[in-house]
Ligand binder design. Structure first.
Ligand code: COA
Ligand code: AMP
Length: 627
């Protein structure tokens, strides 16, 4: 642990020295003379007087430095039967054209561009093009329904939305354009233009002059150059689920982000220029932003963009096929993908069909890595299986086993140790640090390292209130857990109302708001219960308004459909039950934790603050019925 400990200590005691050195790996238009601005806590700013362009560092510089002919991006799409690749030179040319097209549509530095796309190269091109001209992108996961998209359009106020005619879910074609049109109808903010990629699987009807065809716009465009921006200028806003009905717009800066991500590729992922990195995720999530798009490209690696599933496209050998075919060194995905593979191919027989000799690491994150999945992956693959813990807000790993710096012994169930830059502490309810072995709230002492969120979009107050006000000087992660005697962190799960469904972060509070809008529902609770494949799935309990005589089964179906229509099928809400009452504390707080424990079959003491134990007991058969 010597090398790791020493680096970590240095990063905490001398962040300016540590990150100032890391910043040398980035090409700046104006070298920063200061590393960290601490003048306005809790708002810390990294590289306050530096100027750079993230797209230049991710694309153009590699062409300048002799990597123009190397594949920057490999697009592997079993759902369309396509494999294609773009060299750094080709990527630069496409991005420059797209940037020119955005500019022709009126997008200027600082304007927002919402990107609602499936997993196609054009999604990456649009992100980089927006960065190229200093605009701020906000990618919305393609599996979200119109209402979710509308919330994001409303908040981000984009000048342009970039979208496609459809996505492909294995064999089902999901038309995006009707969802986009509905979202724009619902939002009070109207984008000036929509740039639409027509895919052959579905034709979108375009409404001129608002809607513009991607191919036409790019072929008419004058390629645009990279615009230097302040290191502290926003690169993107990525909305994530919080505890309320409104998603939170996590703001990422340009400078700190580029420095941290590039550093992470070498030190956490041990993946270097010219090597192939595959994050099997979606560009709509933070893993996609950081490790499909920015980090591998900033590091001069080849990134794989996979439009398919771990199983069913066409079988449970998909991971192994892609690794072998494209020479992947490092795979990063969510444990749920491995659970899906394990379920279909428990003996791992398909692994033997492929040459995995170039494969060196499997990194897993996004949800807790359960010991069974860890065991299966490590037994069947001759590579380290590295659990690591982070979140949308941080943008890169908080706790990991640093494969490129000082690999430590793996302890199943722990993502290992705090990454340099992160001063992680476990605190009790009074804000005091707890001893090793004791559970508490996982917090991080501020300043957070570069690359982490700088604020919430146009909402500094909410940023401070949500993350920084619980214990002054600490960032609240929302997760609970403990350290062991060796300094390994064990993350036990969220302590708030955020749930993780198949690696997708969702808010039970938001689903409750949607269900409460059903005309027959008086009140409701949504809880996340354990699920063998997806880790967690939501369940809804609804109390009907007095006098409602309609069939309960019909109401429950409507409730499920309502969430599907408004959040999207990714919410995976399959079960709702009508109940007589919800258990509450004397102060009126719904006892979600106790209900969750019953549904998961755990025996937990009923809190003494509960008013009516009988209400909770009455729910026991309903909650257990879904287990
Ligand atoms: N666009 C439209 N719909 C989407 C979608 C997208 N991008 N992604 C998922 N959906 C839909 C699915 O079609 C499915 O619809 P259905 O209920 O009508 O069948 C629903 O949302 C749930 O999808 P999913 O959560 O993917 O479950 P699944 O049962 O289809 O597949 C897994 C299970 C484990 C194979 C799948 O969840 C998976 O690949 N997970 C990995 C996720 C991941 O990589 N997360 C990123 C974290 S790093
Ligand atoms: P997201 O913002 O979607 O990346 O989700 C972040 C949340 O996922 C974290 O706050 C954790 O609750 C959970 N999570 C991510 N990685 C891990 C991990 N390795 N172990 C346990 N939980 C994790």
């Amino acid at each position: 642990m010597g090398a790791y400990r020493e680096e970590w200590r240095r990063s905490i005691e001398d962040p300016e020295g540590f990150w100032g050195e890391a910043a040398k790996a980035i090409r700046w238009d104006r070298e920063p003379t200061r590393v960290l601005d601490r003048s306005n806590p809790p708002f810390y700013r990294w590289f306050p007087d530096g100027e750079l362009n993230t797209c230049f560092n991710a694309v153009d510089r590699h062409v300048e430095e002799g990597r123009g002919g190397q594949a920057a991006l490999i697009y592997d799409s079993p759902v369309t039967g396509t494999i294609a690749s773009l060299t750094f030179t080709e990527l630069r040319d496409q991005v420059a054209r797209c940037a020119g097209a955005l500019r022709a549509l009126g997008v200027e530095r600082g304007d927002r561009v919402v990107i609602y796309m499936p997993m196609v190269p054009e999604a990456v091109v649009a992100m980089l093009a927006s960065a190229r001209i200093g605009a701020v992108h906000s990618v919305v996961f393609g599996g979200f329904a119109a209402h979710e998209l509308a919330l994001r359009i409303e908040d981000a106020q984009p000048k342009v939305v970039v979208s496609a005619s459809c996505g492909i879910e294995v064999k089902r074609v999901v038309e995006y354009k009707p969802l986009l049109d509905a979202a724009i109808d619902e939002s009070s903010h109207k984008p000036e233009h929509c740039l639409i990629l027509q895919r052959p699987q579905a034709a979108a009807s375009l409404q001129a002059p608002r809607d513009v065809d991607w191919v036409e716009a790019l072929s008419n465009a004058t390629p645009a150059d990279c615009v230097p921006v302040a290191a502290t200028d926003p690169l993107y806003v990525l909305y994530t689920s919080g505890t309320t009905g409104r998603p939170k717009g996590v703001v990422r800066d340009n400078g700190g982000h580029a420095v941290a991500l590039r550093w992470s590729m070498a030190n956490v992922y041990d993946t270097h220029p010219g090597e192939v990195f595959w994050a099997a995720s979606d560009v709509g999530w933070v893993v996609g932003h950081s490790y499909i798009v920015y980090a591998p490209l900033l590091a001069g690696c080849t990134t794989v963009l996979y439009e398919g599933k771990p199983v069913g496209t066409p079988d449970a050998g998909a991971y192994w096929r892609v690794i072998a075919q494209h020479g992947v060194k490092t795979l990063f995905t969510a444990p749920t993908g491995f659970r899906a593979v394990k379920r279909e191919d428990p003996e791992g027989k398909l692994i033997g069909d492929y040459d995995l000799s170039g494969f060196k690491y499997l990194f897993l994150a996004g949800e807790r890595l359960d010991p069974e999945t860890y065991k299966w992956a490590s037994e069947h693959l001759a590579v380290p299986v590295v659990d690591h813990w982070w979140q949308t807000e941080t943008g890169w790993p908080i706790v990991a086993n640093l494969m490129g710096m000082d690999p430590l012994a793996i302890k199943a169930g722990s993502p290992t140790v705090p990454v340099p830059g992160y001063d992680v502490r476990v605190l009790d309810a009074t804000g005091q640090e707890v001893p090793a072995g004791t559970e508490g709230a996982i917090m991080i002492r501020t300043p957070l390292p570069p690359g982490t969120l700088s604020t919430l979009w146009r909402n500094d107050e909410n940023f401070v209130q949500t993350y920084l006000s619980r214990v002054p000087g600490y960032y609240l992660t929302g997760d609970g857990g403990h350290f062991d005697e060796d300094g390994y962190l064990f993350v036990m799960g969220r302590v708030d109302d955020v749930i993780n469904v198949a690696g997708h972060r969702l808010s039970t509070g938001e689903m409750e708001e949607i269900i409460a809008g059903h005309p027959d529902v008086a009140e409701c609770a949504v809880i996340g219960v354990a699920d063998e494949l997806k880790g967690q799935v939501p369940r809804a309990l609804v109390v009907l308004k007095g006098g409602v005589t309609r069939d309960h089964a019909t109401i429950c179906e409507e409730v499920v459909q309502r969430v599907r229509d408004q959040v999207g099928s990714v919410a995976s809400l399959r079960r709702a039950d009508v109940v007589a009452a919800l258990p509450k504390t004397r102060s009126g707080k719904i006892l979600r934790k106790s209900m969750r424990a019953i549904a998961d079959g755990r025996d937990e003491p009923v809190p003494s603050t509960i008013d009516d134990v009988a209400v909770l007991e009455a729910l026991r058969p309903v909650l257990r019925a879904g287990a």
